[in-house]
Design a protein around this ligand. Structure first.
Ligand code: NDP
Length: 282
């Protein structure tokens, strides 16, 4: 078991079990270097988004890694200004161009109900999804999915979707386990990707994690990422720090006991919760 291990998605495609997150990384040389470094150190799965503004640098890092395209798994996401059929088609092509790629392994609707379409988000998602299904048929995208969708958003999409989403990328860590959404994902065989697996850094405020880390001779980050994997989630840790790139991937040589998994489940709420997408101002 290692970084090249994969889950099989509901469309038959394989997805490496850990992804390298890139939110809040600027569009600069350091980002290109850390992405290249991550790939050279075994990561095979990179997660970005149009709204992160760093698709060029992430693409640069991918190119500079020298690892062949087929060995890599690249995800990006449709931003809130492009929920519509023509707009989504254009957004896909623009992201491909920015990243200097011929195809994406995974393309996600980033947000279920942007403010600009909040009074007709169901229709806006259905139209964007239709464009994504077409792009998939054309080979521009291998797998299509969603992000930040709760059960009600999934149910609405499934009313018109020809292709079931392969992935739902949601906030998932010991402080926010989203049981209802995870259950809805499972019901449709949709993989739950865990974004902010370290709570964007807040998870380290949980004191008890240090004791567990000591017990397993691992770091708190490694314990939390291992917990995510053992739940069958796909964690997407982000780091801009070279030393942590390897640390966050070194989680395949130990196993948390059932008792400790349960203990970590009890950290619910201790390092922040998700915001309600219906109340977001974007
Ligand atoms: P994470 O939960 O991965 O936490 C990252 C933070 O933890 C950074 O401050 C980082 O610091 C720090 N950190 C990383 N590794 C360690 C370590 N080993 N020890 C101590 N500190 C560490 O944050 P994100 O919120 O960025 O989530 C991860 C990814 O998920 C994103 O980058 C993005 O790809 C995706 N995401 C998707 C969203 C969506 O709406 N679909 C929303 C949010 C995230 P430093 O970088 O300085 O090392």
């Amino acid at each position: 078991m290692g970084l090249d291990n994969c889950y099989t998605l509901n469309d038959g495609n394989e997805i490496p079990v850990i992804g390298f997150g890139t939110w809040q990384m600027p569009n600069d040389e350091h980002t290109a270097e850390i992405v290249e470094y991550a790939i050279k150190n075994g990561y095979r799965h990179i997660d970005t988004a149009a709204t992160y503004g760093n698709e060029e640098s992430v693409g640069e890092g991918i190119k500079n890694s020298g690892v062949s395209r087929e060995e890599l798994f690249v995800t990006t996401k449709l931003w809130n200004d492009s929920h519509g059929y023509e707009l989504a088609k254009k957004a896909i092509d623009e992201s491909l161009e920015r990243m200097q790629l011929d195809y994406f392994d995974l393309y996600l609707i980033h947000w279920p109900n942007p403010l600009s379409v909040r009074d007709h988000w169901q229709e806006a998602n259905a139209e964007a999804w239709r464009a994504m299904e077409e792009a998939q048929a054309e080979g521009k995208i291998k797998s299509i999915g969603v992000s930040n969708f709760m059960k009600r958003h999934l149910d609405a999409l499934l009313e018109t979707a020809k292709v079931t989403p392969a992935v739902n990328q949601i906030l998932l860590n010991p402080s926010e386990m989203q049981p209802e959404t995870v259950a809805a994902n499972k019901e449709h065989n949709i993989l739950s990707e865990a974004y902010s697996p370290l709570g964007t850094g807040k998870i380290f405020e949980i004191e008890e994690l240090n004791e567990l880390a000591e017990k397993y001779d691992k770091t708190p980050a490694q314990v939390v990422l291992r917990w995510s994997l053992q739940h069958g989630f796909l964690p997407l840790p982000k780091t801009s720090t070279f030393e942590r790139v390897k640390e966050n991937a070194d989680i395949f040589d130990f196993e948390l006991s059932d008792e400790d998994m349960k203990k970590i489940n009890q950290f619910e709420g201790k390092a922040g919760r998700m915001d309600n997408p219906d109340e977001k101002g974007f």
